[in-house]
Design a protein around this ligand. Structure first.
Ligand SMILES: Cc1cc2nc3c(=O)[nH]c(=O)nc-3n(C[C@H](O)[C@H](O)[C@H](O)COP(=O)(O)O)c2cc1C
Length: 172
């Protein structure tokens, strides 16, 4: 029988259509806590996560993406966790990516749907975006490497694991 954790890893999928049901703050914090236990280069733990679960701030982020890019990059999700670290640090991208993946897997373990959202660093570089970034308490020099939207899927059955390329593994 396949190991439970490996089975979980292999069944995670990105979700891009969320129902109105909101994730509790308790669950969102459990996901964030899993991010905290990601590896970090030299154990410096340079990153922070910003759990945005209030209607007010989620709406600010959604409006920002609508106004600046003419699309709603929240896909109806009512919770988002932004992951960032100092832009000038050479390990920012790597550390934050480890945190994000931990969170996607934790979300899946808690039966929540999730997706990586990439746009916020660019959005925070706009005039309006900088105001939102400040309002969220994110330091100006922080790069938002990615974010994890969380919610419940509109249509669970449509979430299918994608085919993986056959020659992914090279054995030497
Ligand atoms: C670095 C990175 C950036 C991504 N950015 C976005 C994004 O901005 N919006 C989105 O809907 N999905 C985004 N995704 C999700 C990918 O599209 C998704 O992982 C890919 O299609 C494979 O599907 P799966 O996650 O269901 O396996 C991103 C994924 C990664 C790793």
């Amino acid at each position: 029988m396949e190991n439970k954790t490996i089975k979980l890893i292999k069944s995670r999928v990105s979700c891009r259509a969320y129902s109105d049901k909101k994730v509790s703050l308790k669950k969102a914090l459990e996901v964030a806590e899993a991010g905290k236990y990601a590896p970090s280069a030299k154990n410096r733990q340079i990153a922070n996560v910003y759990v945005v679960n209030s209607k007010r701030y989620v709406e600010k982020l959604r409006t920002l993406s609508l106004n600046e890019q003419n699309r709603d990059c929240m896909y109806g999700a009512k919770t988002i966790i932004l992951v960032g670290a100092p832009r000038e640090d050479m390990f920012t991208d790597k550390d934050c990516s480890c945190i994000l993946e931990n969170m996607f897997l934790a979300a899946h373990a808690l039966k929540l749907a999730s997706c990586w959202i990439n746009q916020f660093d660019d959005l925070f570089n706009t005039k309006n975006g900088l105001k939102v970034k400040k309002a969220l308490g994110i330091p100006e020099n922080y790069k938002i490497v990615g974010s994890c939207i969380l919610g419940y899927p509109q249509d669970e059955a449509s979430l299918q694991v994608k085919e993986r390329k056959e020659d992914f593994i090279k054995v030497l």
